[in-house]
Design a protein around this ligand. Structure first.
Ligand SMILES: [Fe+2]
Length: 318
């Protein structure tokens, strides 16, 4: 491509932010500052920010760069949630239309992801993101979202995952039983009653750290996800987030959301339940692939209620 640099990668502009990459690093520059990130960490964070449509609250790519979701517009920032930058008033933030941010981020992702790298995969299951530009990987970065109209596996609905459909059980979930429950419906209710082995379904997911909504009842969103290696973003909550560790274990570093000051460490083992407060940021480490259930309250009035102190940041006192 004509505007590519010597390594074959294009440069991108978003508002006052300029993004370039070389063989190992991504360089971000803005009026008054600049920042460098390893290309693998940047691409793993970027694909999730795009796929999650900026998620709830803050997606910190690292301790300097990230986005804040205002559900329509997005703050793209450098140093906004970094105590050192704030102390010297060196933070930079631009409020930009969400569609524009997502579009530019998608272009960066498409140009900078090489053919053998899948940013959603665990490091053991993908090739290297480094080196000069070689090919692209549209299959990995444009995964199709599966939407069930009633429930996965019902007649005429999204099918269950299977070997035949190209969803093998992940190498680290070989111990998860794959048998399906027996359903004995009363005559006339055969199309109304349904059940499937949820652990088996999730054990066939080929992505990591990517919560998918598996049950939505009004604002109650239950999300299942498979985790391996580390959460590629440091998520800053704008509401309480419940975790149910379904298998294996995840180690969480929990920090003050705004300054990044350490607040707690939590080692969650199978069966553990945690309510992550609304005023923290956290990053998880999963030594072996594990199953995590995340429960989010999608009520759009919550961020304001927590910000104004109408709601306490922790839902339970012990
Ligand atoms: Fe979170």
């Amino acid at each position: 491509m004509s505007d590519a640099n010597q390594y074959g990668y294009r440069a991108f502009q978003l508002g006052g932010f300029r993004f370039t990459r070389d063989e190992y690093f991504v360089h971000i520059a803005w009026p008054g500052g600049s920042h460098t990130m390893p290309a693998d960490a940047f691409l793993r964070a970027l694909i999730r920010d795009v796929a999650w449509n900026f998620f709830y609250g803050i997606v910190n790519f690292d301790s300097v760069f990230g986005t804040v979701n205002h559900y329509g517009t997005v703050d793209v920032f450098a140093g906004l949630y970094n105590a050192g930058y704030r102390e010297k008033n060196k933070q930079h933030v631009e409020n930009i239309n969400g569609d524009e941010v997502r579009e530019r981020f998608s272009e960066i992702l498409a140009d900078w992801t090489n053919e053998d790298f899948d940013p959603f995969a665990a490091p053991e299951e993908t090739g290297t993101p480094f080196g000069s530009k070689h090919g692209s990987n549209p299959k990995a970065i444009n995964r199709k979202r599966l939407v069930a109209s009633r429930m996965t596996g019902m007649k005429g609905d999204t099918p269950l995952r299977s070997d035949a459909a190209g969803n093998p059980v992940n190498r680290q979930f070989k111990d998860i039983p794959q048998d399906e429950p027996e359903v004995h419906a009363e005559p006339g209710f055969e199309t109304e009653v349904h059940a499937y082995n949820f652990f088996a379904y999730v054990s066939r997911s080929d992505v990591t750290w990517n919560p998918s909504v598996c049950a939505a009842v009004k604002d109650s969103l239950i999300c299942a996800t498979t985790e391996e290696f580390m959460l590629p973003v440091i998520h800053g909550n704008d509401r309480v987030e419940w975790f149910v560790q379904l298998s294996d274990e995840i180690h969480w570093d929990i920090q003050d959301r705004d300054s990044g000051a350490p607040r707690a460490r939590a080692v969650m083992k199978a069966g553990d339940v945690a309510a992550m407060p609304a005023d923290i940021r956290h990053q998880g480490y999963s030594p072996k692939r594990s199953l995590l259930l995340v429960w989010e309250n999608g009520d759009p009035t919550l961020p304001e209620k927590y910000a104004s102190g109408k709601l306490k940041s922790n839902p339970v006192d012990f």
